[in-house]
Design a binder for this molecule. Structure first.
Ligand SMILES: Cc1ncc(COP(=O)(O)O)c(C=O)c1O
Length: 294
């Protein structure tokens, strides 16, 4: 174990309207969210004391809950206030913010109509998601596929959708890879286990249409930054056979930020001019050095 366990840290966690000492922010083992994955969450980053795209994350948490047939307690404005308080209380300027909501323990079965909905916010320091990120990461192929929207609520950032992500990431790490590329149920290129993916071909950026996986806030930001540089964006179906046709590749996500990819399986990429420019733009944007392009 390389980091301090998450249950055994100093500080406070905002839980159902109050700050509780970090080690006391506990729930009962018979919690619906734990047994039936009735839980939604957000991953956000603060830079220099400002949560990047905070409101959009709060809105997405509310939307994810609605998709799972429950409501986050309170309004988006109240969640915004609570996140700001949690960040201030942490004393951190650059931090990761995890806001999450789940069904409690009043009923324990598939039906959970009467369960109380809980909301919590934790803030901690989280550096780069990948070791040696700027050298570019190596991906392998996952055997798990992103499900059909008729099979799982794929627009929600819901805990249950991460079951196949953890399985994929563990298998990749066991083979010495940083992460895995997941296809979707049709066999189209989809995304990595916690980040969206982009490819460069003849000066244009190609990215899979997000029709069965999260259309990430970082993905949407990267698209705006690329367009501001005059780079054409092509959202389309990408087949795995096309992977050798691309010259650069990167992934996007709140935790991963913009991370260059140096290989997917046997196919190699050279993180080049376009990836480097967008990594810089993203860093300038989140640090307030440039404004969000229209
Ligand atoms: C599976 C998955 N896809 C994509 C993303 C990227 O989303 P965002 O850029 O909003 O963080 C994430 C991270 O939240 C994720 O977990």
């Amino acid at each position: 174990m390389t980091s301090i366990p998450y249950h055994d840290r100093d500080g406070y966690i905002w839980m159902d309207g109050h700050f509780v000492p970090w080690r006391e922010a506990n729930i009962h083992v018979l919690t619906h969210g734990l047994h039936y994955a009735s839980s939604v969450f957000e991953g956000e980053r603060a830079y220099n004391g400002h949560i990047f795209e905070s409101r959009r994350h709060s809105e997405r948490l509310h939307k994810s809950a609605e998709i799972l047939d429950f409501s986050v307690p309170g309004t988006v404005d109240q969640l915004e206030e609570a996140k700001a308080e949690a960040l201030a209380k942490s004393g951190l300027e650059n931090a990761y913010i995890r806001a999450f909501a789940w069904r409690g323990s009043e009923m324990m079965g598939v039906s959970a109509q009467e369960n109380r909905i809980h909301l919590a916010i934790a803030v901690w320091h989280w550096g780069d998601y990948f070791k040696d990120k700027m050298k570019g990461i190596a991906l392998t192929h996952s055997k798990w596929r992103r499900p059909d929207p008729m099979t799982a609520p794929c627009d929600a950032k819901a805990a249950g959708l991460y079951m196949i992500c953890t399985l994929s990431k563990h298998a990749a790490e066991r083979e010495g890879y940083a992460d895995a590329l997941m296809l979707d149920w049709r066999g189209h290129v989809a995304e990595a286990t916690g980040a969206n993916i982009f490819f460069l071909q003849d000066g244009a950026l190609h990215t899979p249409t997000p029709d069965c996986f999260l259309n990430g806030i970082t993905r949407q930001t990267a698209i705006k930054l690329a367009k501001a540089r005059g780079i054409e964006i092509i959202e389309r179906t990408i087949m795995p056979e096309e992977l050798p046709n691309f010259s650069e590749c990167f992934i996007t996500g709140t935790a991963a930020e913009l991370t260059p990819v140096r290989s997917i399986g046997d196919v190699t990429y050279t993180p080049g001019e376009v990836t480097e420019a967008l990594v810089t733009d993203y860093s300038d944007l989140v640090n307030g050095k440039i404004k969000m392009p229209a």
